[in-house]
Design a protein around this ligand. Sequence first.
Ligand code: HEC
Length: 151
Amino acid sequence: MAKVVINDMKFPRPSIMIAAMCMAAGLSALQSQEEKPKAKAPKQATSNQLLMRDKLAQMNRILEGITLGDFDQVEKSARTLGMISKATSWHIVEQTPRYKRLSKNFQEQAADLERHAQEKNEDAAALDLVRMNITCTDCHQHMRTEAARGK
Ligand code: HEC
């Protein structure tokens, strides 16, 4: 007769706890990165990659600001994103016309968001955020296509 193995019900618990701890560590790492934007990141990341990662953090700050009705936060992050976008443009040497257009669009969208945050226009700000998200993806897709073409 086959032996019935009863799973130890306590077994999954530690892994859940570890997962929760990892998430908490990840979150606090993210937070401390936001608090000190100049914090050292892993050595292998280029300055452009660091700027791009900060973009991701700023987008999150915008979503948070809109969610909490904190328009100062939205305005600040929109302004930072506009500046980051200008800074990253200097790093990209061979800019295709499409890259230039997307970069300009992004900066205009960030400026719109900054203005809408000042006006506390939540609907317009939410729409600006969506448009910016699409521009992030458009540009990354464009870069991937370009990279693939270069191979
Ligand atoms: C006009 C083009 C353009 C736009 C718009 C753009 N990016 Fe990027 N992004 C790039 C390029 C180019 C790279 C590759 C950078 C590198 O590897 O040097 C990149 C890479 C990244 C990376 C990966 C960095 C890494 O560590 O490898 C992240 C994250 C990122 N972008 C976030 C964003 C977010 C978020 C937005 C929108 C808020 C955004 N980007 C908008 C051009 C753009």
